[in-house]
Design a protein around this ligand. Structure first.
Ligand SMILES: [Zn+2]
Length: 185
């Protein structure tokens, strides 16, 4: 949800180049993928839970890259995923010449980084500076942070993100209509 919120705020506050509908839809999916990708290092991550042998595979993969909130939850992880995602999109470009890969790259990265920012507000914190093994959190005092999957997350933060997204869409209706009419081809 934070990924979508960040994407809509950034997309609406920047001049957007003309994109195809395919690019727009792919960007939204890339954004959601980016939003869950950092949790690839958690055996309980949604992407593992929903695969048949995912749990076992997730545990093995999680152990390999260092376990819960490790390298994919750091600046180093942002760079690794950013470069890997870039090369993956470069590979796809010949097959999908009509997709604007720059937009799709950014949509994924916005999702990815918004995930790390949200995790920073949780009790566990985020090891932003790996390999320096310090976890950072906001506010610095742990007790005031959000419990992952807890009541505050479910009943305050999640609805608040939806509200912010809807509000920004609502207040930018003109831009959205203009986007649909003139920028989507
Ligand atoms: Zn996470």
């Amino acid at each position: 949800m934070a990924a979508i919120t960040a994407l809509s705020i950034i997309a609406l506050s920047h001049p957007i180049p003309a994109i195809s509908i395919a690019t727009g839809i792919t960007a939204v999916f890339a954004n959601m993928l980016g939003g869950i990708a950092p949790d690839i290092d958690q055996p309980t991550a949604p992407m593992w839970r929903n695969l048949p042998v995912g749990r076992i595979f997730g545990k093995v993969f999680g152990a390999l890259i260092g376990g819960h909130r490790f390298v994919s939850h750091s600046i180093l992880g942002v760079i690794i995923f950013g470069v890997a995602w870039h090369f993956f999109l470069v590979l796809l470009t010949p097959s999908f010449p009509h997709l604007n890969m720059t937009i799709i790259w950014w949509a994924f990265m916005i999702g990815f980084i918004s995930h790390l920012i949200m995790d920073t507000f949780t009790r566990e914190g985020v090891p932003w500076l790996l390999p320096i093994p310090i976890k950072f959190g906001l506010p610095p005092t742990k007790v005031f942070r959000v419990v992952t999957g807890g009541l505050v997350e479910r009943f305050i933060i999640f609805p608040a993100l939806i509200a912010v997204t809807l509000y920004s869409l609502y207040t930018h209706q003109k831009i959205i209509l203009d986007l649909l009419h003139n920028h989507i081809k």
